[in-house]
Design a protein around this ligand. Structure first.
Ligand SMILES: [Cu+2]
Length: 73
């Protein structure tokens, strides 16, 4: 079963940031698709909860130096 989550992310400033986030998250087990949008400040992830968790996704984004707004998502 694939689940989709929209994660509010601060700090992405260009398409290079989008690509970095997409590349890093796509390499995680269970992640099927990633759509990062620096203008909308969101990262939408399709993933299999059996392979990774939403917390793993948030942590991976934070490990790259971006800020996840945990109150909104
Ligand atoms: Cu950038």
């Amino acid at each position: 079963m694939t689940t989709q989550i929209t994660i509010p992310v601060e700090g992405m400033s260009c398409t290079g940031c989008e690509n970095n986030v997409q590349f890093a998250l796509t390499s995680l087990e269970g992640v099927e698709a990633v759509d990062a949008d620096h203008l909308g400040r969101t990262v939408i992830v399709d993933y299999d909860p059996g392979g990774t968790s939403s917390d793993d996704l948030r942590k991976a984004i934070e490990d790259m130096g971006y800020t996840v707004n945990r109150e909104q998502g």
